[in-house]
Design a protein around this ligand. Sequence first.
Ligand SMILES: Cc1ncc(COP(=O)(O)O)c(C=O)c1O
Length: 402
Amino acid sequence: MTQHVGELTPPVRLMLTPGPSSMDPRVYRALATPLVGHVDPWFRGCMDDTQVLLRQIFQTENRITMPLSASGSGGIEASVVNVLEQGDEAIVAVNGAFSERMYEIATRATSKVAKVEAPYGKPVDAEDVRRAGQGKKIKMIGLAQGETSTGVLTQIAAFRKVADELGALLVVDTVASLAAVPLHVDRERMDVCFSGSQKAISAPPGMSPITVSSAAEESFRKRKTKVQSWYFDLTTAMNYWGKDRLYHHTPPISLIYALREAMRLVVEEGLEARWERHRVNQLALIAGVEAMGLKLLVEKPADRLPTVTAVMVPAGVDDLKLRNQLLDEFNIEIAGGFGSLRGKIWRVGLMGYCSQKPNVLLFLAALEKCLTDQGYRVGSGVGVGTALKNYSQVEAAVAVSR
Ligand SMILES: Cc1ncc(COP(=O)(O)O)c(C=O)c1O
């Protein structure tokens, strides 16, 4: 039976999701450039560039710094299975679905993993981790700097202090925060830090940048057993990304081109300017939704992750119906909640290329229309008007400081 399959014509969406984010046209162009072999001498230069850019964005001098051929979950897997072996003790700070995933992966590497939790909408208290680790030989403390399922930001410093006291390696998930939130891998002494290509870097999904401190590298050398995963054994994977460029597996070459271009955009903008852009756009979004009478899941402003804003679904409004209308009428995709937060929150992403003033204003206008259609009462234009006022204040303050 012959069945005709038509040309690929995806809709052009504005992806205000917690990832993937929409991409800059330069990144699309990089994706469409000619393929070369993964051991082609020209490609070695492209790999060098990729690592130079990764080190700049992670702010590290770490030797092991590379993009894993895997999505962000592969970054969790690689970090955990290289650090832990059976019998090791670990603590994972869990405050949402992605830190829970790190915990789940850790339990497959060793049976001695403690989970220290915080209610959804809050960061885990580092003091609780200290208490859980007292008197134990803890090898790893793991956490997510940005917990995408709830929109919570965790400050790293207190966890570093506890890791020092317990003699543990610090593993940090920055899938939702790298290139959007202040992060200095060397200065903050993270031992393993990984991210995802598709969030604030705004490259296609499928790569997980990772970097490993010399202390963690040393601990890898002292392992008694082989890393349980051949593919994610960072020491052998580094044979390809290290100076010898020895074949390990065939990497997604076109994705590396795209990641390289997306990171060039990050560096051209400047990390500090990019962090500020994310901060300012989230503040305007929050001002707009609050002016519309909506509440946020994360109560404390300091705990809010600039890339993902969790907005409570108001009583009487149907979560899915509203999200479908945003998609059908405005081509805007946002996300709903996971697990116990399903139907209770909307997660609005302002990541990388998507974190722009026109997108914030369009979203607020579209949200007003969808809410009004469901009988939710909101003053005409109040969200957009308040966000605009917020932008004007920031712009005026910047003008004064110049
Ligand atoms: C904080 C965090 N960690 C890990 C992941 C998993 O990444 P991926 O879906 O690319 O495997 C995500 C995905 O949203 C995330 O937000």
